[in-house]
Each structure stands twice: as structure tokens, then as C-alpha cells.
Design a protein around this ligand. Structure first.
Ligand code: PAF
Length: 281
């Protein structure tokens, strides 16, 4: 596996890879887990070569503590990538991606500032700005994103569409722990009691899903989420919304087409998000 720390190194390798067939790309912030491996496995299956980036992107963190505390483990990550069949990893320093006199940002103006974007101002602008730069560096045919970060996925699709990036975005199902908690690098930051309590996200989503499937309204399903999460002293429900999956507009009343229930819950310093996608006749 090639380890590339500079843009010229990465570009010279991906130029060769593109001559060998389709190139898949999995952007990550490291601290890799089975959720990332699911993205990589799909890319390895669908492309001749797969490149993964590991870059803890400073522009998508609201507070510097969160950035400093983000888990980092390069050696373990490299071993996981090697085992998964990744051909090259891009591990740039912040100075390789950003410079002090940068002026260009990329933002999906409505989507970035709604739903999870309200509790994390500037977060999605940071995501699109870095992903646009990574796409331009790697120039892959396909890029893989998890459905857990449902709004991020919608935002990246919109950016690719609006800016005519020649890349296809592939969505991969959420991988869950045995108690239903969606895998996330942030889970390692939870204390033991917080980790036990965190299974409540999936419990609340499952209950809301059951209610919607049995004919209840979106408002009733959201009330069910609140009544499950509120009594848990370690959890603070930050947001619970249902959106139409195609338009990403707020959905109300009886659900139609494909909708997504999205929640974010704070445990101490750690914000966890999760989602459940459902289709109705
Ligand atoms: O989902 C993530 O890990 C990050 O937001 C991404 C897409 C790698 C951009 O930094």
C-alpha cells in the first residue's frame, strides 16, 4: 500500500491507477472501524483500485477541543486499510490541504444550514470545502459515504450535482454494534456509562419507525423519540427531525415516499447522530 503525504505523490499514483480501470475513493478522518471497512469493501468490489484519505479536517470542527480530542491512530488505521485491500492512502497534513491565504469555500447554502447544520454551524461548509478539494486531488470515478451521516451524504450529492464533479456518489448502509449503536469514531470518546446509554438512539429510532409504519403521524413519532431520550440523565436530545429523502425538506403529518428520521444526541462533550430511512406507499 502506497502512503502518500503530498498532493503530487497522490496525483502521480492516481494517474497510473486510472489507466488500470475504475478508481474508488473513501474519504475518512481515520480512527477506522467496521463502518469504514464496509465502505472500503464496496469500493474494492466495484473498482480496480481503491484510495482512502485520512485527514482530520480542522474546518469542520466547531470548537478546538473537539478537534484536539478527535481519536487518531495512524498505525492501526494503516493495518486495517492494508487488510481491506486498499492500494493507496492519502494522509496530508493540514498545510497540504489549506494555506493561510485561501479564499475559496464550498457551501450548499440551504442544506448546510438546516437540521444538523443548525446545531453545528459551519460544520457542513467545512465538509464540502474539504471534500471538493479531496475530489480534485484524487479524481476518482466513485466515492463512498455512509448513510449514518445522512445529511452529509445529501449535501455531497448536491455539491457534486451543482458543481458538475465527474464522480458518482455511492451510499452505504450504516453498520451497527450489537446493541444497535451506529458505529462512529466518536463512540470511543464515550465513558462506559455513556456508551451503555448510547444504545438509546437506536431504540428511539426503532420505536419512531414502528409508529410511522403503523400509521401514526410524524409528530407522534417525534414525541416518542423525545419521551424515550428525555428520561436518560446522560443524554440530551439536540434535534429530532423527519425529512423527505428526495427534497430534504421537513416532512410533517403522514409520511409519504422515502423519509428519513434524523436525530442528534449529546453525551457530555460527545455529539452522536443517527438516522433511519423508511419508504411508504
Ligand atoms: O465523514 C467524515 O468522516 C468526514 O466528514 C469526511 C467526509 C471525511 C470529510 O472530512
Amino acid at each position: 500500500m502506497h502512503i502518500c503525504r503530498t498532493i503530487p505523490e497522490m496525483r502521480s499514483i492516481t494517474t497510473k491507477m486510472r489507466q488500470e480501470g475504475k478508481l474508488g475513493f473513501v474519504p475518512t478522518m481515520g480512527a477506522l472501524h467496521d463502518g469504514h471497512v464496509a465502505l472500503i469493501d464496496q469500493s474494492v468490489k466495484e473498482n480496480s483500485n481503491t484510495v482512502v484519505s485520512i485527514f482530520v479536517n480542522p474546518t469542520q470542527f466547531g470548537d478546538s477541543n473537539d478537534l484536539d480530542n478527535y481519536p487518531r491512530n495512524e498505525a492501526t488505521d494503516f493495518a486495517i486499510l492494508q487488510k481491506a485491500g486498499v492500494k493507496a492512502v492519502f494522509v496530508p497534513g493540514a498545510g497540504e490541504i489549506y494555506s493561510n491565504n485561501d479564499e475559496t469555500i464550498v457551501e450548499t447554502t440551504r442544506l448546510a444550514n438546516s437540521f444538523h447544520g443548525i446545531t453545528r454551524p459551519g460544520h457542513f461548509r467545512g465538509v464540502t470545502t474539504v471534500v471538493a478539494r479531496l475530489f480534485n486531488i484524487v479524481q476518482a470515478d466513485h466515492a463512498y459515504f455512509g448513510k449514518k451521516d445522512y445529511q452529509q451524504l445529501a449535501i455531497i450529492r448536491k455539491m457534486v450535482d451543482d458543481l458538475h464533479f465527474p464522480i458518482k456518489i455511492e451510499a452505504v448502509e450504516t453498520v451497527r454494534d450489537i446493541d444497535g449503536l451506529a458505529l462512529s469514531s466518536r463512540n470511543t470518546l464515550l465513558s462506559k456509562p455513556q456508551r451503555v446509554a448510547a444504545s438509546i438512539l437506536n431504540i428511539a429510532l426503532e420505536e419512531a419507525g414502528l409508529q410511522l409504519k403503523s400509521g401514526e403521524t410524524i409528530e407522534t413519532a417525534i414525541a416518542a423519540i423525545t419521551s424515550i431520550i428525555k428520561p436518560e440523565p446522560l443524554a440530551e436530545l439536540k434535534a429530532a427531525d423527519v425529512v423527505n429523502a428526495n427534497t430534504f425538506q421537513l416532512a410533517t403529518g403522514k409520511p409519504i415516499d422515502t423519509i428519513c428520521i434524523m436525530i442528534s444526541v449529546q453525551f457530555g462533550d460527545v455529539l452522536l447522530i443517527d438516522q433511519k430511512e423508511l419508504t411508504f406507499e
